[in-house]
Design a protein around this ligand. Structure first.
Ligand code: GRF
Length: 202
């Protein structure tokens, strides 16, 4: 299945998807970044994957930016949009255009800790466990139906950095797994609160 991957930064999740692409029947048409300095762009180039940079400063509205994004995605004929550390809020225009076709990875056990700095928030809240969620993207941020989660224990000595490292290890396994379910057409978004795997509500 053809997919585009949207990134803003390091791209370690992108790397894990690239490394698993053949196994999970994924053809990465393009890696798109809103940040020209994203290290993930170098990873894509090293794997001979096409890249596009969309500079937010060249657009006078979020909608205009997302219209450019849509035109690139449609040009590639992508059936799936993977958000792998894409640090920009998508407009309703974008999200409604690709209903059921956008997957995001978020470093917390949603619905706990949406937004940024999730590892520090989990530590500050004295949580015993933390983790990662992969979910369908709907119009409300970090709140579309959760498809799969993995957890890690929080030890007393953990810092935001050590916790992030532990969670990232889980991220690199869970995301290719869920993307594979999608490419096998086993996953469906039914409405803004319901998704199914093999026809059963998740
Ligand atoms: C990951 O923690 C992901 O869950 C979040 O942003 C981070 C991206 O890391 N959405 P990387 O760029 O994939 O290394």
């Amino acid at each position: 299945m053809k997919a585009v991957i949207l990134i803003s930064g390091n791209g370690s999740n992108l790397q894990s998807i690239i490394d698993n692409a053949d196994r999970i029947d994924l053809q990465i048409c393009c890696v798109i970044s809103n940040n020209k300095n994203a290290f993930g762009l170098k990873r894509a180039v090293s794997s001979k994957i096409q890249t596009s940079i969309i500079d937010p400063e060249l657009f006078n509205s979020k909608e205009a930016f997302d219209r450019e994004l849509i035109s690139i995605i449609n040009w590639h004929g992508a059936e799936l949009i993977v958000l792998a550390g894409y640090m920009r809020i998508l407009t309703p225009l974008f999200v409604s255009n690709y209903f059921g076709k956008i997957l995001n990875i978020h470093p917390s056990l949603l619905p706990k800790f949406p937004g940024l700095n999730t590892h520090q928030k989990a530590i500050d809240a004295s949580e015993k466990t933390h983790g990662v969620s992969v979910h369908f993207v709907t119009e409300e941020i970090d709140s579309g139906p959760i498809i799969s989660q993995e957890s890690v224990n929080i030890e007393v000595e953990d810092t935001a950095k050590t916790l992030s490292d532990k969670v990232l290890k889980k991220e690199h396994v869970i995301f290719p797994k869920v993307i594979h379910w999608y490419t096998q057409r086993r996953l469906k978004l039914i409405n803004s609160i319901t998704a199914t795997l093999d026809g059963k509500i998740i």
